[in-house]
Design a protein around this ligand. Structure first.
Ligand code: ADP
Ligand code: TMP
Length: 237
């Protein structure tokens, strides 16, 4: 598979065309950002760990019936994916109160929710990815009601699969963000895209509550690289 022109460079990844118009290469960088790029940094080898972690987790969800863009891992930092027309809606699933939910409702982090909560955000850094609902997404054409229903169902299925997967590794899946896109090559079918990594998930060690995700960078908790390496070891072992 030949790498061609760059399509897009984002905060954590670069997307390249390939010699097949239906496929793209995702290159994972070490750049780290938080609070919509208000805090910037670099986590040594994050790109290598995230490519490895995301490849394994996409294989896991696909094996359990959720269609994804993942084709194969090409190298340490590169993954071959189906090219998607990404929806500007971020789907956040929450099992335990943390982060913006705790701040928004003025409650402590750590409460286990009686059922998962799905939050939708409009993907726009300049607006700080504002919270939206289904009516807003449909009215402004970010996603149709049918697509939103599909994304909600897929997100809950991914939640079940990954909660079990991480549970077996002594980790609570606290929350995570998913992105979906339309695959022109498959008649506009919605596929799970982007990445599933500690950048966009919260992982807490069961029992101790130790944070094993990008909150170590966001909150200056130390041992950032070591923790990404540890998650990679746990996920791929
Ligand atoms: P951001 O755009 O938020 O800075 P990244 O640095 O992770 O994020 O950039 C990757 C970009 O590629 C994201 O905007 C994401 O929506 C997009 N993307 C992810 N998977 C695909 C895909 N399969 N096809 C096309 N675009 C994708
Ligand atoms: P939050 O607590 O900031 O709303 O984030 C919830 C989870 O979703 C957390 O694991 C981080 C992830 N997330 C992103 O990765 N990018 C985003 O733009 C948003 C809104 C959330």
């Amino acid at each position: 598979m030949e790498r061609r022109n760059q399509i897009y460079e984002g905060k954590a990844k670069i997307l390249y065309e390939t010699d097949d118009p239906a496929l793209a290469i995702q290159h994972f960088k070490d750049d780290a950002s938080a609070f919509n790029a208000k805090k910037l940094g670099n986590i040594v080898d994050k790109g290598v760990f995230n490519n490895s972690i995301s490849s394994k987790l996409f294989e896991e969800v696909a094996a359990n019936g959720v269609p994804t863009h993942f084709v194969k891992k090409l190298s340490d930092r590169e993954m071959l994916v189906k090219k998607l027309d990404m929806l500007k809606v971020e789907v956040v699933v929450r099992n335990i109160v943390a982060g913006s939910l705790a701040r928004r409702l003025g409650i402590d982090e750590g409460k286990h929710l009686p059922h998962p909560i799905i939050d939708l955000h409009y993907k726009d850094d300049s607006l700080d990815d504002p919270l939206i609902n289904d009516d807003t997404a449909d009215a402004f054409g970010y996603a149709t009601y049918d697509e939103l229903k599909h994304m909600r169902e897929s997100a809950l299925k991914v939640n079940e699969i990954l909660t079990k997967f991480f549970g077996a590794r002594n980790i609570d899946l606290v929350d995570f963000k998913l992105e979906f896109g339309r695959c022109a090559d498959e008649g506009g079918k919605l596929l799970l895209g982007d990445e599933i990594t500690p950048d966009g998930c919260r992982f807490w060690e069961k029992g101790t509550g130790r944070k094993m995700d990008k909150d170590r960078f966001r909150r200056d908790l130390g041992n950032v690289e070591e923790t990404y390496a540890e998650v990679d070891r746990l996920v791929t072992s």
